[in-house]
Design a protein around this ligand. Structure first.
Ligand code: SAH
Ligand code: SF4
Length: 354
């Protein structure tokens, strides 16, 4: 049986040097190839003009540049691109690229196929957990956009781990991938955001890493009894434990924490809720991002309306808590977490292995 091609993105430079030496190539070849991968960011061996034809041919047979196969792609009127990739074992994951007017190009990438955390309003949570992604599979999602933007004379500037999956449930692979994005794609730590539903031990571990990567916490509710209903993880680590871990993160890193608030009509958009949230966060170095809920098939909630959100933000200001209302990007192409995958599965139930 033919051997699986070797994914060059999974190799460190010394490993690539050892491989090419084994193939009888001179020492400098590995550095040339490395520059094609991460400086020029080409997507084929044929373009690696200063490598001998014999080496390019061998690479073509025995190696590859990543393992993700593009399953579907959609373009939104607001410029957002949403992709579904098929992994080598048939699992599907989503990534999104969001261009902003200020030249930021932000990739939203996945850390797992599915998710075990079961948040009731989330399309990924509704699917359940399939498996962790490897560091290579996480990195490649960003790499693919970086590669394509390079072709257009542009660059990928930001990455958020807000696609499918809970990044801190797959801690080691996510941290390894984040380091690769910093080293190989030149994305600054502050331009990378990890979003977690609130895994307390990992938040503390992350605070100890000494990285300047931005931490976002999905809060959505300001009391335990109600947060538990929407985010089952709150039964394991309650708000007091979560907030204590956030304070630890701020102390260790001097960075503010971002809290995410999916605004759901009648559920968490009331003035009463705003007062509870203000009181909970008062005095903490933080910022609240409010994103109107993206409705999903398995949950009856609807997005909060803009006027109520404005009033909500004014109450938070009384507590000295800053907040921004975020526009929902790619709303016409199901660009919410897990939504494109759910749609593809609904429309072709037989061809996909789950
Ligand atoms: N698992 C991580 C990161 C992926 S989810 C986390 O939960 O933080 C990224 C963000 O999208 C989270 O804040 C999550 O709560 C939010 N989200 C999930 N489903 C949503 C929906 N239907 N509408 C709005 N936000 C949603
Ligand atoms: Fe998982 Fe995040 Fe969705 Fe919750 S919101 S189910 S943690 S992906």
């Amino acid at each position: 049986m033919a051997q699986k091609p070797l994914d060059l993105y999974t190799l460190e430079l010394p490993e690539l040097e050892a491989l090419l030496q084994q193939w009888g190539e001179p020492r400098f070849r590995a550095k040339q190839l490395w520059a094609w991968l991460y400086d020029a960011r080409v997507d084929s061996f044929a373009e690696m003009a200063n490598l001998p034809k014999s080496l390019r041919d061998r690479l073509q047979v025995e190696a590859c540049l990543g393992t993700l196969a593009l399953e579907t792609e959609q373009h939104s009127q607001d410029g957002t691109t949403k992709r579904l990739y098929r992994l080598h074992d048939g699992q599907l994951v989503e990534t999104v690229l969001m261009p902003y007017d200020d030249h930021r190009r932000t990739a939203c990438i996945s850390s797992q196929a599915g998710c075990a955390m079961g948040c009731v309003f989330c399309a990924t949570g509704q699917m359940g957990f399939a498996r962790h992604l490897t560091a290579g599979e996480i990195f490649e999602q960003a790499m693919r956009f970086a590669r394509e933007l390079a072709r257009q004379g542009d660059r990928l500037s930001n990455v958020v781990l807000m696609g499918m999956g809970e990044p801190f449930h797959n801690y080691d692979a996510v941290l390894a991938a984040v380091r690769l994005m910093m080293e190989r794609l030149g994305i600054g730590a502050r331009h990378i955001t990890i979003s977690t539903v609130g895994l307390v031990p990992q938040i503390r571990r992350f605070a100890d890493e000494g990285l300047q990567v931005t931490l976002a916490i999905s809060l959505h509710k300001a009391t335990d009894a109600e947060r538990e209903r929407l985010l089952p993880v709150n039964k394991r680590w309650n708000l007091a434990e979560l907030l204590a871990a956030c304070r630890y993160y701020v102390e260790k890193t001097n960075r503010r924490v971002t809290f995410e608030w999916a605004a759901i009509a009648g559920e968490n958009d009331t003035l009463e809720e705003a007062h509870k949230l203000g009181a909970l966060l008062q005095g903490l170095l933080c910022h609240v991002n409010i994103i109107p809920l993206n409705p999903t098939g398995g949950y009856a909630g609807m997005p909060a309306d803009a006027r109520r959100i404005e009033a909500f933000v004014r109450v938070l200001a009384q507590y000295g808590v800053s907040a921004t209302v975020r526009v929902r990007r790619g709303i016409d192409i199901d660009a919410g977490c897990g939504q494109l995958k759910s749609k593809v599965i609904r429309s072709q139930p037989i061809t996909l292995q789950e």
